[in-house]
Design a protein around this ligand. Structure first.
Ligand SMILES: Nc1ncnc2c1ncn2[C@@H]1O[C@H](COP(=O)(O)OP(=O)(O)OP(=O)(O)O)[C@@H](O)[C@H]1O
Length: 345
């Protein structure tokens, strides 16, 4: 549905060129929710703005539904853009217009008649659950309600693609959850493909099928959310994944524990697969596993758990136990302590 190939964008900064995007390629399939995560300045906004050519890339190809957008005339580009909705962190609502008019005015500009406009506004206000607020002004709405209006406005053009530029970053955790649920519903029930950018791993965790991690204008890691969570490769990706699990054990304690065995994180899917596998390990091998910390969270439709464990015993027994855990689909990774990388895997 969205194919970005070899996208390069350089800005002219006061201190010289800023290479915001360096040869970035990305492929989003129809019906997917695809998340791009990265720290501030990674290039996420520039990338998402290239998809509808709000930002023109210096080089590279932007295809949406097999149409090369960079080659279109201004009129054809306007048509193509009507198939790509967008929502923003700051909502971008007209302050002087009611909720109804915020959605209706852009529709009228496309030439739709009054009856169709009314039907569309009501349909999409219903979908976002805000029909009773149609005569309110944005200043009378909460942040979550403003984002709902913005979503209804984007959907009212009946696009196949929705771009979300940090749509939940200005919202509190409960409102964020509600907006993420709404995005899931839109994806499921209307079949809209969603490409979003965020700096919050919980957004990726809750709704994304796939994720790309960006740093310094490049995609450093990409794949199914499930795979990235169980086996992050790049140190930045590991930081993002670990941000969801606070195994707050002091380094000194970890160093001491490593003298009598190995400290490792075990990642697993399903609520019950981690602990039973660990119980079996203590029966089968001459080791004593001790859970130091653990938590379970949800990855879209599945539960995903992580345990920080101390495996006490001889190295050879630990090695066999780790091999056994891997065979039970538990991902095992040694924990770094003070630069001394005691890898178990
Ligand atoms: N119009 C511009 N002119 C000059 N530099 C820009 C412009 N837009 C972005 N940049 C620079 O490009 C780099 C990437 O910015 P971008 O906004 O895409 O990153 P980001 O990952 O979205 O970060 P943030 O979450 O802080 O917005 C940054 O160094 C930024 O300062």
């Amino acid at each position: 549905m969205i194919e970005l190939t070899g996208i390069t964008k350089t800005f002219t900064g006061k201190q010289g060129p800023i290479h915001a995007l360096k040869d970035v390629s990305l492929s989003v399939k129809q019906g997917e929710i695809y998340g791009v995560i990265g720290y501030s300045g990674a290039g996420k906004s520039t990338l998402i703005r290239c998809v509808n050519l709000l930002e023109a890339p210096d080089q590279g190809s932007v295809k949406v539904k097999d149409v090369e957008l960079t080659a279109l005339s201004p009129r054809k580009l306007r048509e193509a853009r009507s198939n790509i909705g967008m929502i923003f962190q700051g909502f971008n609502l007209l302050k002087t217009a009611t909720v109804y008019d915020n959605i209706a005015l852009p529709l009228k500009l496309t030439g739709l008649n009054k009856t169709v406009v009314k039907e569309r506004v009501e349909k999409y206000l219903n979908i976002v659950g805000l029909n009773e607020k149609k005569n309110a002004y944005p200043s009378e709405l909460s942040g979550g309600q403003k984002q709902r209006v913005a979503i209804a406005r984007a959907l009212s053009h009946e696009p196949e693609v929705l771009l979300s530029d940090e749509a939940t970053s200005a919202l509190d955790p409960d409102t964020t959850e509600a907006i993420l649920d709404l995005l899931l519903k839109i994806n499921k029930e209307l079949g809209i493909t969603i490409l979003l950018i965020t700096h919050e791993m919980n957004v990726i965790q809750r709704i994304c099928d796939k994720v790309a991690v960006m740093e310094n204008g490049e995609v450093i890691e990409e794949g199914k959310t499930k795979d990235i969570f169980t086996s992050p490769q790049h140190s930045t990706t590991k930081r993002f994944v670990n941000s969801l699990f606070s195994h707050d054990i002091p380094d000194e304690m970890l160093t001491n524990l490593n003298k009598t065995g190995h400290v490792a994180t075990l990642s697993f899917f399903g609520e019950s697969s981690g602990e039973p596998a660990l119980a079996l390990v203590s029966k089968k091998f001459d080791i004593f596993p001790n859970i130091l910390s653990g938590s379970i969270t949800r990855l879209k439709d599945e539960s995903f758990g992580q345990l920080l464990v101390h495996l006490k015993g001889e190295s050879s027994e630990i090695k066999n136990a780790v091999q056994f855990l891997k065979e039970q689909d538990v991902h095992v990774e040694g924990v770094k302590i003070s630069g001394d990388n005691q890898r178990v895997s």
